[in-house]
Ligand binder design. Sequence first.
Ligand SMILES: Cc1cc2nc3c(=O)[nH]c(=O)nc-3n(C[C@H](O)[C@H](O)[C@H](O)COP(=O)(O)OP(=O)(O)OC[C@H]3O[C@@H](n4cnc5c(N)ncnc54)[C@H](O)[C@@H]3O)c2cc1C
Length: 375
Amino acid sequence: MLSYWEKKHFVNYDLIVVGGGIVGLSTSIQFKIKFPESKVLVLERGIFPSGASSRNAGFACFGSLTEILDDLNYMSETEVLQLVEKRYRGLLSIREFFGDERLGYLPTGGLELLTEKEMYALQSLDKINHLLDPIFNEPVFEQVVDITPFGFSNKVQAVIRNKFEGELDSGKFLLSLWEKCQELNIKILTGSKVSKIDVEKKTVFVQNPTEQENIDFYADKIAVCTNAFTNLLLPGLDIQPGRGLVMVTKPILKEIPLSGTFHFDKGYVYFRKVEDRILLGGGRNIDFEGENTLSMEVNPKIKEYLLDILHGIILRDTDIEMDLWWTGIMAFGKNKKPIVEMVGKNVGIAVRLGGMGVAIGWQTAEELVNILSEV
Ligand SMILES: Cc1cc2nc3c(=O)[nH]c(=O)nc-3n(C[C@H](O)[C@H](O)[C@H](O)COP(=O)(O)OP(=O)(O)OC[C@H]3O[C@@H](n4cnc5c(N)ncnc54)[C@H](O)[C@@H]3O)c2cc1C
């Protein structure tokens, strides 16, 4: 039951964005910049964004050497080049819009560890550098000459450096998006779970925590940015959830010689220094089936696998205590492209960001704003 005032002022908008992660917030900002007079509302089910955006590792990356080689097994060279370019330009665009300081961006470079089973990649290093030349105009990947200062176990036979990669503070990125929304007078309602969208009637139903009945919101246009959770609202899309596990250690007293973003096991495992701690995550490939879920639980098999890597390969002979473990949910499909399309005359979606939403989220939102602007 709504009051006269609530009905008059709170439920009608020009654009409603469902989902307040990187893509949803970026969509609201870019729409409002394009249409400054518009009334924009973001509806987020969690108190914070509760999918992937506040739970990721903050790698500002665009593909390691082995990931790119892997992609070339089922994509053409042109497609791979386009994918890398989109990610790299995406990172440049958020750095330009928000500034490195506000993002906590550090141009520390990326490093990939090669064990015996990935050593084949070295033979293709020049070929991949040549392929990427139109984007970077100089070699991207180079082999590190002396890897002993890292202190890795001797399972690691080579390390590849990528000087164009960086890292950011995922919390600061979201805070920057929120601050921009506030500055532009975009309304964000958190704790607002959308239970249904009526595409024809341009109506979004939100579960009201204080009463039995839903609150109906109306908008001229609706943007659905719910990534892995989209099939719960709009069934039938090619979206598979993929859970990711991350841990952070307590502060480590001795100096850790690890500067940069580190990739291991074809990018399935990643780690980096965060202040005086180590953040380590990934391992989805140990149990793809178990991780195909929307539930935020910790998979014990993967937890053990990550701990083995931490103690056995990365930080041997170091006393380490764990501080936090958490999970986030990504969205994958048959290919690595996000789905950006209209699903009704006035309803558009930008979903399935895979493991690269930090890099491509802002641009994906721009694509959605463009197609929504045409209707
Ligand atoms: C563990 C992990 C590590 C990662 N590391 C990196 C990395 O280092 N670099 C990188 O580029 N990418 C990384 N990613 C991927 C990146 O975080 C995602 O691609 C990106 O955050 C996707 O943003 P999004 O806004 O599309 O989705 P989300 O962040 O999932 O946002 C969707 C939002 O919709 C909300 N929602 C869902 N259903 C409803 C509903 N019914 N009503 C209202 N709201 C709803 C959710 O609560 C959520 O906040 C990682 C992801 C994970 C999980």
